[in-house]
Design a protein around this ligand. Structure first.
Ligand code: IPM
Ligand code: MN
Length: 365
């Protein structure tokens, strides 16, 4: 296969974890006889300081021309971020415009913790049981993120307003993606909502129920978002399968999911649109540990696996990468950012050592 990828390494730990991810891409390309052309482009807070924009026109052009985009985390330390005017900060000027530009409506965030890695979770081993394997599918270009925003004053009272809008098309297309995925994996689907309060959630649930009629083979249920937050902690494996979430609720519960498996560094993701998609870690740029070669590259390497799985439809290559990553953990290696009060002891290795070991494992399969 021949493809061109735009590479946006981003800020903070972005360059380090992207470097490891590209090692993996390279070895898989050779092993399976693909030809991938990589074009680097600047994106994020450092792009704002060097080029005056967090998503420069040149980068837009490179992304337009590429088949897919590999994106690292963005954002700098608080003091540096405060030097950037609100409207020019990467969230508003880069990430949301990137999602909108390629209409990447389906955000896949896998939450995987095999039983062998139970000790990574801050939850008790009895709670994690035989392991967590949830695919969270978050709607990414609609809802309150993209509705009209207003800050103003009326009758002497200041106010702010964010509109939350979902059209039938928005809900239907992401629901179809989620049901297709559940069917393919032969797993249950749990639809998350807040229909007891929000009109948009009642509407969301109605459309999802309608889509469900075409998938009688997929067991599905609906759970209120607040109750889902509770159950994710006391009984996370009850959600093993696919979880379907709207944008804002998905943003919150996917971070919580990172918490239950022990680190946001274990959260890769893929953002899929009708024609193009991009992959990115679901976490920030961790400026506090940047440049120290201690960050775990799992989220970026896992995002490369997702590129193969979800964007290129090459499941064999994806499985090879996942296996290579988990073998490193299973041999007891961890990186320093994964050591915490609840983690069991591990043999601490560097970011680059982690990547090299994944490469060796893939070559050895
Ligand atoms: C995420 C991030 C983004 C979001 C921010 C940085 C705009 O938190 O990808 O989860 O809220 O979607
Ligand atoms: Mn988030």
């Amino acid at each position: 296969m021949e493809k061109t990828f735009a590479v946006l390494e981003g800020d903070g730990i972005g360059p380090e974890i992207m470097r490891e991810a590209l090692k993996i891409l390279n070895v898989v390309q050779k092993k399976y006889g693909h030809t991938f052309k990589l074009i680097r482009a600047s994106f994020g807070a450092s792009a704002y300081f060097t080029e005056g924009s967090a998503f420069p026109d040149k980068t837009k052009h490179i992304c337009d021309e590429a088949d897919f985009i590999l994106k690292g985390p963005v954002g700098l330390a608080v003091e540096e971020m405060h030097q950037i005017p609100q409207e020019d900060r990467p969230e508003h000027a880069a990430i949301l415009p990137l999602r909108q530009r390629y209409d990447t409506f389906a955000n896949f965030r896998p939450v995987r913790l095999p039983a062998s890695l139970r000790s990574f979770s801050p939850l008790k081993e009895e709670v994690v049981c035989d392991g967590i394997d949830i695919l969270m599918i978050r709607e990414l270009v609609g809802g309150i993120y993209f509705g009209d925003k207003l800050e103003g004053a009326a009758t002497g009272m200041k106010f702010a307003r964010d509109d939350c809008i979902y059209t039938e098309k928005d809900v239907r297309r992401v629901a179809i993606v989620a049901f297709e995925e559940a069917r393919k994996r032969k797993v249950q689907l749990t639809n998350i909502h807040k229909a007891n309060v929000l009109a948009t959630s009642r509407f969301w649930r109605e459309i999802v129920e309608d889509v469900a009629k075409n998938y009688p083979d997929v067991p599905h249920s609906s759970v209120l978002v607040d109750n889902a937050a509770f159950q994710l902690v006391v009984n996370p494996t009850r959600f093993n399968g696919v979880m379907l979430l709207e944008n804002m609720q998905g943003d919150i519960l996917t971070d919580q999911a990172g918490g239950i498996i022990g680190s946001l560094g274990l959260m890769p993701s893929a953002c899929i649109g009708p024609e193009k998609g991009y992959v990115e870690p679901a976490h920030g740029s961790a400026p506090d540990i940047a440049g120290k070669n201690i960050a775990n590259p799992y989220s970026m390497i896992g995002s490369i696996a997702m590129l193969f799985e979800e964007c290129l439809a090459l499941p064999e290559e994806a499985a090879d990468i996942w296996k290579g990553i988990f073998e490193v953990f299973e041999k007891g290696f961890i990186t320093r950012d994964l050591t915490g009060p609840w983690h069991s002891e591990g043999k601490v290795i560097s970011t680059s050592d982690f990547g090299d070991r994944v490469v060796q494992n893939i070559l050895g399969h």
